[in-house]
Design a protein around this ligand. Structure first.
Ligand SMILES: NC(=O)c1ccc[n+]([C@@H]2O[C@H](COP(=O)([O-])OP(=O)(O)OC[C@H]3O[C@@H](n4cnc5c(N)ncnc54)[C@H](O)[C@@H]3O)[C@@H](O)[C@H]2O)c1
Length: 259
């Protein structure tokens, strides 16, 4: 038996759309997929920040018409769509008492219905693909109780449940559906949260200490996980939620020893 000396890039020939691809995790996913040989179109409210080498379609995921136009344009540019990365999302703080109905509907509209609109618009392209995969960005908040994150957690719990339901609905069509559940990731979003804190350095230290690794998660680590889930090699992985959280969800470690 001959052992191949060089493998082709893992995402060679894959055509992917990435929502929220202009910043943070989404931009890291775009970069990682390009490096692995994929063609990529980012769909975002802005094209500023979309990594060089990717296409960019401007659409707000709360606007069904704009989403359909962006998905159609991406499919036309790439000759189809194999992979959908539903990553666009927004945060929300507070207990169940702190946000009014309008805020609940605004966040659920982006974080949950955004995934519905984009996936719905791309479904026929996925059905036509030999390597169809949907990867959603869920969160540690999907399956762990975090303080002052009632609305955000409800939205990300819905993303994980929707991932499982879609995986069941489309498994026989050859479409795999999975999600990543990141811990606290060092992105512009978390930078904005830290900037708003009374003591940003202390807040950052508290977030780092919450993760057993003692570090925030890098966007590149999340992107690597997304690439694995999207890869044509991951043929048996569907309905899976992959933690990328420095051990936050599953490990119970003692606090570091004080000197
Ligand atoms: N940063 C974290 O700690 C963390 C942890 C777990 C999960 N997440 C999730 O990761 C995803 C990306 O977060 P990030 O930290 O990279 O944030 P980010 O703010 O750096 O990037 C989010 C991107 O999504 C786009 N976007 C937001 N609303 C949109 C809309 N309505 N239509 C189209 N595009 C829209 C923004 O323009 C931006 O480019 C989100 O779904 C977030 O919930 C983040």
């Amino acid at each position: 038996m001959t052992v191949p000396t060089a493998l082709p890039p893992e995402l060679d020939g894959i055509r992917a759309i990435v929502t929220g691809g202009a910043s943070g995790i989404g931009a890291a996913v775009v970069t990682a997929m390009l490096a692995r040989g994929a063609r990529v179109v980012a769909i975002d409210r802005t094209s500023d920040g979309v990594p060089a080498g990717a296409g960019a379609e401007i659409a707000d995921v709360t606007d069904d018409g704009a989403v359909r136009r962006a998905v159609d344009a991406a499919a036309a540019a790439m000759g189809g769509i194999d992979v959908v990365v539903n990553n666009a999302g927004i945060g929300a703080q507070g207990t169940v008492a702190d946000n009014d109905d309008a805020e609940w509907l605004r966040v659920l509209d982006v974080n949950v219905l955004g995934i519905v609109r984009v996936t719905r618009a791309a479904l026929d392209h996925l059905r036509a693909s030999e390597h169809a995969a949907v990867v959603n960005t869920a969160s540690i908040a999907s399956w762990s109780g975090l303080p002052s994150r009632a609305l955000y957690s409800a939205s990300k719990g819905a993303v994980q449940a929707l991932t499982l339901a879609m995986a069941a609905d489309h498994v026989r069509e050859g479409i795999r559906v999975t999600c990543v559940n990141p811990g606290t990731v060092d992105t512009p979003w978390v930078g904005r949260l830290l900037d708003a804190a009374d003591d940003p350095a202390a807040e950052r230290a508290a977030l780092e200490a919450r993760q057993p690794t003692g570090k925030l998660v890098s966007p590149e680590a999340v992107a690597h996980a997304v690439c694995y889930l999207a890869s044509p090699l991951a043929t048996a992985t569907t309905g899976t939620a992959l933690a990328v959280d420095g051990g936050m969800h599953d490990l119970r470690v003692r606090p570091p020893q004080q000197p």
